[in-house]
Design a protein around this ligand. Structure first.
Ligand code: ZN
Length: 448
């Protein structure tokens, strides 16, 4: 178990080091340049894709350049889903004529027949509505889940979390009532023409029906059209498909610890990104912020006492194979981990950390908060950490997720609009500095 070596430490040294870490981060543009390269040279790097393989190479190079002692790959098998080229959704109504909507296939969806699926539409809000409508009203129709996210949540991740299941399990649930396809309102609070993809799961569904996301503008338009003509039809055509699994890799980089080389502090983000955008905020930002921790330590001439391990996880979006593989290896090798920190909430202004740690440890960590406050980093709360470090939390390892200003994240998440130009350089640098500082505190004051 964790024990404090020197809890109070030297407060002056703590604040000077924090200053040094933030200065170093704010004076270097490399993190921003790295993100630009990743976004432009390997956009849409969905697991199993050519661009994912390219990203693995790019990130390995960046980790070496940032000052890693060693960079190596850890193999894992990943699913390979291909979006195809056809994503078409035509609405035909007596009163409103015919119009095309902005849609995209949901990740993991089966295709439609070549000619598409043409059917009437039933608009519902949730899974309870399925039961209320019953087989009679749903059979043979396309189910349109038109549930806007609730804007009352301050933390937009909570708004997303509330209804994301409509996207993930909508097809599985609706198929049980005889639906022939589902169209899901994009999981965003923004009103625009961007369809937002994301994973869907069939689980044990007897029939696998296609699933697509529709932009919020067109969801409103379709809903209005249905009010005027409930017998309108939609023709949906998708040619996505699932290919055999292929090998892929986590990228792991290390700086050896000077005093505890066999004890690890982990930071990371995920290499893969949805295939319809550049994956700038999700999660290119988390990758380059984690890489930049090595650069900060090198440039600020801070020698870690424990081994720093920076991980570019593969396949967060589809099946988390990289995260599972890493945790499996940690548990097999019985590697001691002091902390695992993830950044996967966009490269926005850092607010702090959501901590999946014991109350006892929290009482220690909270004492460092005063050093973060002047950099706008104030959120120190017990809560979930993140999807990629999640399997490590299950092993009892203290885990954290960087918490950012979430107001704009779901404007662009999983959409073509998640591009490099949406990332602010200073916000990105500050997030990396906040991570590096938390890591420094753990490195200074903890040993197992
Ligand atoms: Zn992500």
């Amino acid at each position: 178990l964790l024990a404090i070596i020197a809890l109070t430490g030297n407060s002056q040294k703590d604040s000077l080091t924090t200053r040094k870490i933030f200065n170093t981060a704010l004076l270097s543009n490399q993190i921003y340049e790295d993100l630009g390269v990743l976004c432009k040279e390997s956009p849409g790097r969905l697991c199993g894709s050519d661009n994912a393989a390219k990203a693995i190479n790019l990130l390995s190079g960046m980790l070496k350049d940032a000052g890693a002692d060693t960079v190596y790959l850890q193999e894992c098998m990943v699913r390979k889903w291909d979006r195809g080229k056809i994503e078409k959704c035509l609405v035909s109504s007596k009163s409103g004529g015919t119009f095309e909507t902005d849609i995209c296939a949901l990740g993991g969806s089966v295709s439609t027949p070549e000619k598409g699926i043409t059917a009437q539409v039933i608009e519902l809000k949730n899974f309870d509505d399925l039961a209320k409508a019953g087989k009679e009203k749903i059979n043979g129709k396309i189910v349109f889940f038109n549930q806007p996210l609730n804007p009352e949540h301050y933390y937009t991740f909570n708004a997303y979390g509330e209804f994301a299941k409509l996207r993930v399990y909508g097809a599985k649930e609706a198929s049980a009532y005889g639906a022939v396809a589902v169209i899901v309102r994009s999981m965003t609070l923004k009103t625009d023409n961007q369809p937002h993809t994301g994973i869907m799961r069939y689980k044990d569904a007897a029939v696998q029906i296609p699933g697509a996301a529709i932009s919020t503008v067109d969801a409103d338009r379709l809903s209005l059209s249905l009010k005027n003509d409930s017998a309108l039809t939609v023709s949906l055509t998708l040619d996505c498909k699932e290919l055999p699994e292929v090998p892929s890799y986590n990228v792991i980089a290390e700086i050896k610890g000077s005093e505890f080389p066999d004890e690890y502090i982990v930071a990371g983000g995920h290499t893969d990104a949805w295939d319809n955008g550049e994956g700038a905020h999700d999660d290119g930002a988390g990758c380059v912020q984690s890489i930049n921790i090595l650069r900060i330590f090198k440039q600020a001439e801070i020698k870690p006492r424990h081994t720093l391990r920076i991980i570019m996880f593969m396949d967060e979006e589809v099946d988390q194979r990289g995260a599972k593989k890493y945790a499996e290896s940690v548990s097999q090798k019985k590697e001691k981990h002091i902390l695992a920190l993830e950044s996967d909430r966009g490269g926005y202004t850092p607010h702090g950390f959501s901590m999946e740690i014991s109350k006892e440890l929290y009482e220690k960590v909270i004492q460092w908060k005063k050093h973060f406050l002047m950099y706008g980093v104030w959120f120190f709360e017990i809560g979930g950490s993140g999807v990629d470090v999640g399997p490590l939390a299950k092993l009892g390892i203290p885990c954290m997720g960087l918490v950012t200003d979430s107001q704009r994240y779901f404007d662009i998440q999983h959409a073509p609009s998640d591009t490099f130009d949406k990332v602010n350089k200073r916000e990105l640098q500050l997030g990396s500095a906040a991570m590096a500082t938390m890591i420094w505190f753990f490195d200074q004051y903890f040993a197992q």
